[in-house]
Design a protein around this ligand. Structure first.
Ligand SMILES: *[C@@H]1O[C@H](CO)[C@@H](O)[C@H](O)[C@H]1NC(C)=O
Ligand SMILES: *[C@@H]1O[C@H](CO)[C@@H](O)[C@H](O)[C@H]1NC(C)=O
Ligand SMILES: *[C@@H]1O[C@H](CO)[C@@H](O)[C@H](O)[C@H]1NC(C)=O
Ligand SMILES: *[C@@H]1O[C@H](CO)[C@@H](O)[C@H](O)[C@H]1NC(C)=O
Ligand SMILES: *[C@@H]1O[C@H](CO)[C@@H](O)[C@H](O)[C@H]1NC(C)=O
Ligand SMILES: CC(=O)N[C@H]1CO[C@H](CO)[C@@H](O)[C@@H]1O
Length: 529
């Protein structure tokens, strides 16, 4: 029996491997010599972390208007290539920057330091981009769902209010995947967004527009949200930093679609940026005092006392692609770096990771008591897209929904009722895995883990590898904080990177590792270099 099962397992694995290798070669052939790169970021105004921008505006080394104007020029320059900006407030943002300059000019340095202190305005005058799924007064809030085209927001999401109160000035809104449930940002309202390093490649999703606009140097900081990898995948594919905080640290309200009360434990709103030094200040602002109090963000981390556990892959799930050798090599070098720094470095596999997708889906299915996916993509509270019918329309090219959304709608309508007992079993496994990992990590350990098995794939390729989000989804199911870190470029000039995972409320550990990795490996690399 065991032998027969093994034979079946290995045969299926081998066939999957061969088919996927052929599919990869086909995509490579189809996109050969296609695609462009965004030009190098050269204006020094565009090459400063948010905290430097704010500091220089505060002490009048820089004018807020000049900074905003430079980012608007850059956004207009790169958008025809990357297609990420789906809404803008250029005039209003410039006016707000001018007003800020006028106010700062009218004060003495002493008055400025008091009224606009680092503590109260850490993001003074910093241009901010906002994922379209977040409420922003006067702007669209469609999440790429055609039925929501007419909706305009009458208020800001709380996280946006927090950022504005800290001095940030929102100026653009960026593209997402349909209803934020896919890792390619493409939909029938805004179209498809492109990777700045090769426009033939995806930007990831759902916060994909953010990833691409930030890596192009067309924004300083951005707001993302993550229920299965929607901050980390775009940060990885676009070579920037991001942080999915511990559960309940940042207020998730004011975004569409919003997780139901019970599923809220899978969703995390957080910062995306090019410079690791911006992660903590942005996270503090987004979280507000109550959220910050749950963490130890100001605790110094001694890297020599850290335990670094490198987990090379998911121990071999049939559904998920093998990890690219270049990603494994980058992770090995990162681990080696920490060994040199005096940390205790080990390598470990967890066979439970094979079931990441099951555990995530089980948790989602059992938690999700909100509207069905077919209802969400209808754009109406009491609507329901008949996804079976819609699939027929899609096949003849007359649907206004994307294929992944239709497929998810069908699964969501039929499967959960059938899989209730499997879901319960999966969540049981998840709970015991969580208990074990919490004790493995303790308050001094981090995992290094691939962000995704593949380096930024070509457009539409994710349809062939729908389960590859397993690498990020696992940590939504577990509710662990994760910092996403870039690690230079691949042989094709596309970003490499990894996830740094800590136990719940030990965010300061993964954030300290992110800063060290930036210093050692160079962090974000401008496209077009
Ligand atoms: C984009 O990828 C294709 C396929 O690998 C490659 O042939 C092309 O040169 C790349 N374009 C750029 C700008 O790197
Ligand atoms: C303003 O702040 C920047 C960044 O901290 C610093 O380099 C510069 O010397 C300061 N300038 C003045 C006039 O204080
Ligand atoms: C987006 O639109 C929905 C209604 O369609 C609304 O409930 C929500 O408040 C808006 N933005 C958010 C999520 O705040
Ligand atoms: C969708 O439409 C088909 C064909 O009209 C029908 O058979 C099916 O019951 C519908 N499904 C749902 C979930 O409404
Ligand atoms: C959860 O629901 C999805 C579809 O909504 C289904 O594919 C999956 O099998 C269900 N359960 C598990 C444990 O994955
Ligand atoms: C590819 C594509 O359709 N991109 C769109 C993104 O959104 C902006 C604003 O709506 C459109 O102008 C672009 O055409």
């Amino acid at each position: 029996m065991g032998f027969r099962r093994n034979v079946i397992f290995w045969s299926v694995s081998a066939v999957t491997y061969v088919v996927m290798t052929l599919v990869d070669a086909l995509f490579r052939f189809l996109y050969k010599d296609k695609g462009k790169k965004v030009s190098r970021v050269s204006d020094p105004l565009l090459l400063m972390p948010a905290s430097d921008v704010a500091e220089k505006i505060r002490n009048r080394t820089l004018r807020a208007e000049d900074v905003m104007a430079a980012y608007i020029v850059r956004a207009k320059e790169v958008n025809p290539l990357i297609n990420v900006v789906v809404g803008e407030q250029y005039d209003r943002a410039l006016r707000r920057a001018q007003e800020l300059d006028a106010r700062l000019d009218s004060l003495s340095q002493e008055e400025r330091d008091r009224e606009f202190s680092v503590d109260s305005k850490p993001l003074l005058g910093v241009p901010l981009s906002v994922k379209e799924a977040f409420s922003w007064t006067g702007m669209a809030n469609t999440s790429g769902v055609p039925g929501r085209r007419h909706i305009r927001q009458s208020q800001n999401a709380p996280v946006l209010n927090n950022l504005e109160a800290a001095g940030a000035i929102p100026f653009i809104q960026t593209n997402v995947s349909e209803a934020c449930m896919w890792f390619e940002s493409s939909n029938y309202i805004y179209g498809c967004s492109n990777n700045a390093y090769n426009t033939s490649c995806i930007v990831g999703g759902s916060s994909g527009g953010e990833g691409s606009v930030l890596s192009s140097g067309a924004s300083v900081i951005g707001i993302g949200s993550d229920i299965g990898g929607s901050i980390r995948m775009p940060c990885f594919f676009n070579g920037i930093f991001g942080h999915k905080a511990s559960i309940g640290v940042v207020d998730n309200s004011g975004q569409f679609p919003i997780a139901s009360e019970k599923a809220m434990c899978l969703l995390a709103t957080g910062p995306m940026c090019r410079y690791a030094s911006d992660l903590i200040p942005c996270l503090k602002v987004m979280a507000g005092p109550a959220g910050v109090a749950k963490l130890k963000l100001d605790t110094a981390v001694d890297l020599a006392k850290l335990r670094v556990i490198s987990v090379p892959d998911d121990a071999g799930s049939i559904l998920v692609s093998k990890v690219d050798p270049q990603l494994k090599e980058a992770q090995r070098k990162a681990a080696e770096h920490f060994r040199k720094k005096g940390a205790t470095v080990t390598e470990q596999y967890f066979k439970e990771f094979r079931e990441s997708v099951n555990m995530w889906a089980g948790k989602m299915n059992l938690s999700d008591d909100g509207p069905s996916f077919a209802c969400i993509i209808s754009g109406k509270e009491d609507g329901h897209v008949n996804c079976t019918l819609e699939l027929g329309r899609w096949l003849v090219g007359s649907s206004s929904h994307t294929l992944p959304a239709i497929a998810l709608g069908i699964l969501n309508d039929y499967l959960p009722a059938m899989t209730k007992s499997a879901d319960l079993k999966a969540v049981e496994k998840l709970d015991s895995l969580r208990e074990r990992l919490v004790s493995v990590l303790g308050d001094d350990g981090v995992f290094l883990y691939p962000s995704h098995p593949k380096i930024a794939p070509y457009h539409h390729h994710p349809v062939c590898t729908p389960f590859n989000f397993a690498y990020t989804a696992l940590f939504n199911a577990l509710g662990f904080p994760v910092s996403q870190c870039p690690l230079g470029l691949s042989s094709d000039g596309l970003p490499l990177g990894l996830q740094v995972v800590a136990a719940p409320y030990q965010d300061h550990l993964s954030l300290a590792v992110a800063r060290e990795l930036e210093e050692a490996f160079g962090g974000w690399v401008s496209p077009g270099m």
